[in-house]
Write a protein of this length. Structure first.
Lengths: 211, 211
DNA sequence: ACCTGAACACCGTTCAAGT
DNA sequence: ACCTGAACACCGTTCAAGT
């Protein structure tokens, strides 16, 4: 397998003295700056150390290798995100399901869009490849195909096909990708896929009667 | 920005002779084998050339740099996926919207799960970092929080909270992530988010009456 | 037109030596 | 406990020389 779970990604040393904490913060800050400015390809240990104002050797006292640096950054990001979601969930205790769903969507979207450059830099740090053109080409082809399909539907005419099309594509592809990456049992995956279909149908039924 | 759109990711040379095509196929095959077996971190130009049975110099006649190799692989994959979706769309011409949605979900899921190792290797080639443990931790925290929230709902009792919870989380997070990465105008993003909410509500309404 | 492989610049990582 | 930076192995990329 491609995983290398035997190699620790954890920081090597936990700072005990004040200057060590300063050093670690400087390294983190330097990393995020370089990531936002130049992307992961220009992120070298030499450059991080240089900008953080420490020697390479120092960096390696805190992080066993370069990967663990970016890993730690993502860890911080995800932890903060989970914090926010937990707060939202607690705040919605006893509310209606609709209100819950709404605030869950809002919280997640806001967390992603608040500091867009940082979110994107982190996404790109994980998705190293600059394959946006590929994705765009793919999206365009799929959009055309599904739109034409929807317009031909025998049981429904849409007053805004583009909106419905975009919604269905984003929901279905996003959900399936997410589901795939979760690596659930076939039974659980199958269930979510069935529920997804039910959800799409319920949505279509709703906008049908609304028009 | 992190993008490097001024650097071409396209193949450098298009094969004109038969042996050149053989060479390119060998390089592609070697790349995919190494990717599946060892992951992107062990993918070096030397190793690819070695396994393909050509010299490094030859590789660089077809690909301007290492990145373009993996890029070309992803390009092939996405093109094949788009092909399949187009076929599905054509086949569903004039069908009911429900049937369309269903075959779209099925096609996409099947394409991803048919040769799981290859799909995963490609995903990992783009998502270089081995951050599965991070994702798992995050998912567990979120799962607990949202499940507790749903169980506290004032307007609804679920006979299978876990299923509903997993569905909502997968759909919402997958959709939002996908939406974020599409980089649409705020108006279009806002619309999809509103539609997503409508969809979740329609779903909840459906399973409420079904129970 | 296509292939080779030594050569070069640079990067990740270590470690003996310091405070 | 924490920091330094020269040293080493290895990788990406090039290019003069070949068929």
């Amino acid at each position: 397998m491609a995983t290398s779970s035997h190699i620790s990604l954890k920081p090597r040393r936990t700072p005990r003295q004040a200057r060590a904490t300063v050093t670690m913060d400087a390294i983190f800050e330097a990393t995020i700056q370089l990531l936002v400015a130049d992307g992961i390809h220009r992120l070298t240990t030499t450059r991080v150390a240089e900008r953080a104002g420490v020697s390479v050797g120092t960096m390696y006292q805190y992080f066993p290798h370069k990967e663990s640096l970016v890993y730690a950054l993502n860890e911080r990001y995800l932890a903060a995100l989970a914090d926010r979601i937990e707060v939202t969930c607690r705040n919605q205790n006893g509310a209606t399901v609709s209100a819950m769903t709404e605030s869950l969507i809002r919280t997640y979207w806001e967390a992603k869009t608040e500091r867009i450059e940082v979110t994107k830099a982190l996404y790109r740090s994980v998705a190293e490849l600059d394959n946006q053109p590929l994705i765009d080409t793919f999206a365009n082809r799929v959009n055309s195909a599904t739109k034409a399909m929807l317009e031909s539907a025998s049981d429904m005419k849409f007053h805004d096909v583009s909106s419905v099309n975009q919604t269905l594509i984003t929901v279905i592809f996003g959900t399936v990708r997410n589901l795939f990456e979760q690596d659930l049992t076939p039974a659980r995956s199958g269930n979510v896929l069935r529920q997804l279909l039910i959800m799409c149908n319920a949505y279509l039924e709703t906008i049908r009667t609304a028009e």
